[in-house]
Design a protein. Structure first.
Length: 281
């Protein structure tokens, strides 16, 4: 009834190479299938391979939920092949937090001299929906809830509820001294929580390099605290630091499981069927 697949799991900038090949080097993109309804969470570089996969399945109908408009979350959109096809129907959902319109912001990254194809030249039927924190709306038989998170320039979290199952996507957020009450409410009882765990506590505090306080990202410890407080089923560590190699991600996954046993690190190709976890071939 609900399936989640990870196409891009890195934060800030793509980080290809042999030391990151196991986890993956593409920036944020997660596919959620709710029956016949398809959602795409963010359009980082991972959306390119997702687009190629969708082409093998026939006519594309999808809702793209954008957490925010920083480049690592939208830079894959010009390489999403279905957006060029007249048969495709795509609704883009997000907000600019008062800076222009959603469509204009996406058009700017494709404007000359940045890119040779303009947004208006894309062949797909693309609709735009600007949403606000606290909003609740339905896409087919899926209920979508929106919440505000803590990140420079603003960011949105989303909760998808379908047929008694639920997933929360909460990337690019900085924790507070206590569990964020808005995020705890959004994640209450969710089957899956996908959460920004870019830093270790030592990195965040500046014990290893520069302090990351105020940068708008969180730690695996804060994520585990949220998962416990909200009573979620599975906590997925997401938005891995681009400098973090595969072995270091595995180490963080292991430490997180000591705090919240039902935890795992997001990896490209990982599929969650809510009742089962598998690695895509």
């Amino acid at each position: 009834m609900m399936q989640i697949k990870f196409w891009g799991v890195r934060g800030s900038i793509a980080s290809p190479g042999p030391e990151t090949a196991g986890v993956g080097g593409n920036t944020s993109c997660v596919e959620v299938r709710c029956g016949s309804t398809r959602f795409i969470l963010d359009a980082g570089t991972g959306i390119r391979k997702l687009g190629d996969e969708l082409l093998t399945e026939g006519t594309v109908r999808a809702t793209l939920l954008l957490s925010h408009l920083h480049w690592d979350h939208i830079q894959g959109l010009p390489f999403f092949v279905p957006a060029y096809l007249p048969s495709a129907r795509i609704e883009v959902v997000g907000t600019t937090h008062g800076v222009g319109t959603l469509r204009d912001t996406l058009a700017n990254q494709m404007a000359a001299p940045n890119f040779p194809v303009r947004l208006e030249d894309l062949g797909a039927e693309i609709a735009y929906r600007e949403v606000r924190p606290g909003q609740v709306f339905d896409i087919d038989d899926v209920k979508v809830r929106v919440a505000k998170l803590n990140h420079p320039g603003g960011v949105l979290a989303y909760r998808l509820d379908h047929a008694g199952k639920s997933v929360v996507y909460a990337t690019d957020t900085e924790h507070y001294a206590c569990v964020d009450p808005a995020l705890r409410s959004l994640a209450e009882g969710a089957d899956v929580l996908i959460y920004d765990a870019q830093y270790t506590p030592e990195e965040y505090r500046g014990e290893r390099g520069r302090s990351r306080v105020g940068w708008g990202h969180s730690t695996y410890v804060a994520g585990a605290e949220l998962a416990r407080a909200a009573g979620v089923g599975t906590f997925v560590l997401f938005h891995h630091d681009p400098s973090r190699n595969d072995a270091a991600v595995d180490d963080i996954e292991r430490m997180t499981r000591q705090l919240f046993p039902s935890s795992l690190a997001a990896k490209e190709g990982l599929v969650l069927g809510l009742d089962a976890v598998s690695e895509a071939a």
